[in-house]
Design a protein around this ligand. Structure first.
Ligand SMILES: [Zn+2]
Length: 149
């Protein structure tokens, strides 16, 4: 009955997990800001959202190569993180039911926007732009293929 609720999930300890924007420290030297994670209120365990794991893995691989960067914004590279960051920032009261609606609406709005951009890029035969937009779209739609149709 709650399968569409992306704000809450159950931790393996039985506690409730809620969504937060988190800053990860990679290799004790690089800060990765704007990473959406589930945090458990009982045992403080956290885990990244399933929909961002692929991109986060790619970023970490990149950082593992050669990088002098001290701080990286994950929200600038991932659409989910970006939309969640914006939505959470505009929300000052923790009203989970409405926040869930707000996030779903924000995600849908971003998908619509990207589809518009894609059509625009396609009308201009701009392949690079189309590819980039398709990639951003797939970040949002890969975790919920049924909803994307
Ligand atoms: Zn827990």
């Amino acid at each position: 009955m709650q399968k569409d609720n992306l704000l809450k999930k159950l931790c393996c300890c039985g506690g409730g997990m809620t969504i937060h924007m988190h800053t990860l420290i990679y290799s004790a030297k690089v800060k990765i800001t704007g990473v959406p994670v589930y945090t458990c209120g009982e045992c403080s365990r956290y885990e990244p959202l399933p929909s961002i794991k692929r991109d986060l893995g790619m970023l970490i691989k990149e950082l593992g190569g050669s990088s002098n960067q001290r701080q990286v914004s994950f929200a600038e590279r991932n659409e989910w993180a970006n939309v969640l960051k914006e939505t959470l920032a505009s929300f000052n009261i923790v009203d989970l039911s409405h926040l869930d609606e707000a996030i779903n609406a924000a995600i849908q709005g971003r998908i619509d926007l990207l589809l518009d951009i894609y059509q625009f890029a396609s009308a201009r035969f701009d392949r690079e732009w189309m590819e980039e937009t398709a990639n951003r779209l797939s970040q949002l739609t890969q975790s919920s293929p049924e909803r994307a149709k």
